[in-house]
Design a protein around this ligand. Structure first.
Ligand code: ZN
Length: 126
C-alpha cells in the first residue's frame, strides 16, 4: 500500500488550522502528487464555501476549484477519535482522507485512510 508523505509545512499548517478551529471541526483541501510508492501532500488550501461546525464540516462541491492537483481532503476530529466516520468515507474526495486528531501536537495526531477506509502510513519529510 502507498504511504502518505507530508511536507513539513503541510504538517505545521494542518496542526495550526485544526488548533485554530477547535472545538469546531476544520476542513481543508490537500494539493499534491501521486507517485508509484507515495501520495505526497505539498500544499493546504482552505476550501471555498466551507462550513465549520461542532461535529461536522462540509463544503459545497460546486464551489471546489477545478484543480486536478487536489489529491485529498483533511479535516480535524476535535473528539480525539482517529477513526473516519461513515460520512467521512462516503464523502471522500481524491485519493486520501486525512484526519487531524485533537490535541494536534505532532504527526502522531495525523492519520490517513485510502478510499477503502484502510489506514495508510504517514511520513513527514523534513
Ligand atoms: Zn470525520
Amino acid at each position: 500500500m502507498k504511504k502518505v508523505v507530508l511536507k513539513n509545512d503541510v504538517l505545521v499548517a494542518l496542526l495550526e488550522i485544526s488548533k485554530h478551529f477547535h472545538p469546531k471541526e476544520a476542513i481543508v483541501l490537500l494539493r499534491g502528487k501521486e507517485t508509484k510508492q507515495d501520495i505526497v501532500l505539498e500544499e493546504v488550501l482552505l476550501a471555498p464555501g466551507s462550513v465549520y461546525g461542532k461535529g461536522f464540516s462540509e463544503f459545497r462541491l460546486d464551489m471546489l476549484p477545478m484543480d486536478f492537483s487536489i489529491i485529498g481532503v483533511a479535516h480535524s476530529h476535535p473528539s480525539g477519535i482517529p477513526i473516519p466516520s461513515v460520512e467521512d468515507l462516503n464523502n471522500m474526495i481524491g485519493r486520501v482522507l486525512v484526519i487531524v486528531v485533537a490535541p494536534y501536537l505532532s504527526e502522531k495526531h495525523i492519520v490517513a485512510y485510502n478510499s477503502k477506509g484502510e489506514p495508510m502510513q504517514v511520513i513527514v519529510e523534513r
